[in-house]
Design a protein around this ligand. Sequence first.
Ligand SMILES: Cc1ncc(COP(=O)(O)O)c(C=O)c1O
Length: 380
Amino acid sequence: MQTTQPDSQEEVIDFGNGQPGPSILPTELLETAAAHCFGKRDPNQLNYGDEQGDVSFLEGLAEFLTPRYGFPVHPEELFVTSGNSSAIDMVCAIFTKPGDTVFIEEPTYFLALNIFQVDYALNVVPIPVDDEGMSLEALEAALDDHQPKFVYTIPTYHNPTGTTLSQNRRERLHQLAQENDFLIIADEVYQMIGYDESKKPPLAMAQYTAGNKVISLNSFSKILAPGLRLGWAQMGPELMKRFVTFGKIASGGSANHVGSGIALSAIELGLQDKFLDGIKQIYKHRTDVMESGLRENLPKSITWEKPDGGFFFWLTLPESLSAKALASQAEAFRVSFVHGGQCSNIGGLDKKIRLSFSFYEDEEILEGCRRLGLLLKSHL
Ligand SMILES: Cc1ncc(COP(=O)(O)O)c(C=O)c1O
């Protein structure tokens, strides 16, 4: 293995990239699904589509989700979205006005922060995450001072920490939402991306939708292809009324009618199930590769937990290092990553680094770890 710094002609290996890599993206599957969808010769597929989503798609999706989620999912609880980013935007538009308070996790999905703070000018209060997920002690303390419109959480295989909210905390969080009248926006994109069959996560927060306090968001981005711009929100009937009458939906119809027709074909043909099982194996393998690349190349003072699901390793640096400073020097080593500060709205987490393994093949993951090791060793 090389021990030298890569030259500046080498492409940067960007562990900040949380997309699926090109070898994973299912062009052939989508060709088959699209041919099946349009082969039905149903002109309605090319119209606006029902506001909530096409009934046959919602039924097909519910049938797909029920065994994956491990509890009955009802089609009338499902609403078609253009993916979770767009659904988060819709939630802010429907339920907030500038200056309203929302709670997020510290750390959180860094791009959701932009929606809350920049696009909607919300007052964002961070609640720390520990190894059982969001700290409810901290949340209860924050409730003494604030009345949030909603709590945004990534309960399973959290982005960026990889942690999963325990069942006790899920229950208590739902109870607190009812007692204190706030919504829980559960971003459940990684719920079905677990790697250890013997260690299943607790049931999705979608288990609590009947109480009209939980909106569970999920997306085809992580289970099929991000470019489809297709997802779903699961909620109780009172909340559903707000979504189907939302101006953009009342005017434009289903958030992605054609995309949902193609995804329905993928489900009906059994391709979606097969594909999801296949990519879970690939991602699981990539966690092994990244784990061994990091073990081999990183100084012993850097620590992490191997994730059981999701797309991320969350590294902890020793006191002497700054993740932000390292990020600014990383390009010279032809590697890149998300530094902890990007996942914090209060300038915290400078001892943390997020690495994603979703985009790259084995050799690139190993080479990226080697480069990261060189960068870190240049400081330790
Ligand atoms: C927690 C989380 N939410 C949302 C998204 C984006 O979702 P979508 O592609 O459905 O907009 C991502 C993608 O990385 C994510 O990690």
